[in-house]
Design a protein around this ligand. Structure first.
Ligand SMILES: *Cc1c(COP(=O)(O)O)cnc(C)c1O
Length: 464
């Protein structure tokens, strides 16, 4: 068996990748013809590919590498834990130090009485846990019929059957008979494309009241929970109007419904506070966490559960768990990540340094001829590509074609920005410095210039 290393020629790695590796969320046949870009190493906020190009990472991997790449302390924490105790389970009346210490640390950081953690290895798994937690909670309270969970169209909650069902991604539901029964979706608070002539404030209220209408339609005694991301991430970094979350909170309080805040992206500093729920003033009963918990250095996620729900669940055996719930190596890495976040003041850096600088540069892009709006909270932002300035118009052609062209120009200019249909999104490492932010925005601007020229040349700047 030949060793496969970073030093093989790119074409050979691409051929092996195409022959044997099935990529997530990818048309593999098309990728095989083109060849994947192969990332070989990374340091700080830069990736290096197999051709030696240095790429600035405007997406922190997949919204996760919040403290940047190459932190040796995390490698050492993992190595130490592997030597001491690489694995043990927490099923059969046993526990271990990394899981105990991490649960206590998370309880300390989380707001209110969110004091209990059920571990998973990913955000998807944690949301599967949440479905079972909510339904078991209501069953134990003598209300098993409260099993319906309300979620949102264009929300993202993961890719397992449960996570994808909670999510409101039509292309995911179309494959494999989703959602599973008992999960229903309401419209999203996406003012730019769906707000029509309403003010953002009125629209935010209307979209929140869709929750109340859905509860009354189903029957309040049948609804167990509402799940939402404080800011929709994969849906396109959609920041709700200021009127939205207070109204949602009023409604879940009124009907006694559990509120699940999916903080997989917004947790651990992304919005300029430890949790997005703090930024938006909401009081969830359960929070989903993953991604930034370990800055992506190890796969770990979980559900942070409030006192009341945890007490009810504690009264019975909860027939649920994962082999790797609270995995000691992942937990040790997460603990070290949180230590760095705290000791280096990463959340304060976002609030006081990185966000203000990024905000000035990002919002200036609103003057670009291809940009219809810019939005940003903390270190997550998006911009709408527009065929016609000032009209919040969709492109006439296939939705997402302009976004794809723009993303290609980003790749060519060694900057990672992602596209969601015709929105471009960024979520850079939280530790990014003002100088690095300048490089990110300069390259993004060049990519937008090139995309605009190309769209113009191809006659694609036409509104629907
Ligand atoms: C990424 C994500 C998930 C899924 O997490 P995985 O670790 O990919 O399973 C769930 N919810 C939100 C909001 C996410 O962004």
């Amino acid at each position: 068996m030949r060793q496969i290393t970073n030093h093989l020629p790119t074409a050979e790695l691409q051929a092996l990748d195409a022959a044997h590796h099935m990529h997530p969320f990818t048309t593999n046949e098309a990728l095989a013809r083109k060849g994947a870009r192969i990332i070989t190493r990374a340091s700080g906020v830069y990736l290096t590919d197999s051709e030696g190009a240095s790429i600035i990472d405007g997406m922190a991997g997949l919204w996760c590498v919040n403290i940047g790449y190459g932190r040796k302390e995390l490698a050492q924490a993992a190595a130490r834990q592997i030597e001491e105790l690489p694995y043990y389970n927490t099923f059969f009346q046993t526990s271990h130090v990394p899981a105990i210490a991490l649960a206590a640390r998370i309880a300390d950081l989380a707001p209110g009485d969110l004091n209990h953690v059920f571990f998973a290895s990913s955000g998807s798994e944690a949301n599967d846990t949440n479905i079972r937690l909510v339904r078991h909670y209501w069953a134990l309270k003598g209300q098993p019929e409260r099993s319906v969970i309300i979620a949102r169209k264009n929300g993202y909650h993961g890719s397992t059957i449960g996570g994808a069902s909670l999510g409101g991604m039509v292309p995911m539901h179309q494959q494999g008979n989703l959602p599973i029964p008992g999960i229903v979706h309401i419209d999203q608070p996406y003012w730019y494309l769906e707000g029509g002539d309403m003010t953002p404030e009125d629209f935010g209220l209307a979209r929140a009241r869709a929750l109340e209408e859905k509860i009354l339609e189903i029957g309040a005694d049948r609804v167990g929970a509402f799940i939402a991301e404080p800011v929709q991430g994969a849906g396109g970094v959609i920041i709700p109007p200021a009127s939205y979350w207070p109204e949602i909170q009023r409604i879940v309080d009124k009907y006694g419904i559990l509120l699940i805040a999916d903080e997989v992206i917004t947790g651990f500093g992304r919005t300029g506070a430890w949790f997005g729920s703090q930024t938006f003033g909401i009081r969830p009963h359960i929070m989903t966490i993953a991604k930034g918990l370990s800055s992506g250095y190890a796969p770990i996620g979980g559900s942070i559960v409030c006192d009341e729900v945890a007490a009810v669940i504690a009264s019975d055996e909860f027939n649920h768990g994962y082999t790797y719930s609270g995995h000691p190596v992942a937990a040790a890495v997460a603990l070290e990540n949180l230590r760095i976040m705290e000791d280096e003041g990463v959340v304060e850096h976002v609030r006081d340094v990185a966000h203000p600088h990024l905000a000035a540069r990002w919002h200036a892009l609103a003057d670009h001829p291809l940009v219809g709006e810019t939005t940003l909270v903390g270190m997550m932002g998006s911009l709408a590509l527009t065929p016609v300035k000032g009209r919040r118009a969709r492109f006439a052609g296939e939705q997402g074609a302009a976004g794809l062209i723009t993303r290609e120009r980003c790749f060519a200019n060694n900057v990672i920005m992602r596209h969601v249909y015709d929105r471009m999104i960024i979520a850079p490492p939280l530790v990014m410095t003002p100088d690095e932010i300048d490089i990110l925005i300069d390259r993004a601007t060049k990519a937008l210039d090139e995309a605009y020229a190309q769209l113009k040349a191809e006659g694609m700047l036409v509104a629907q």
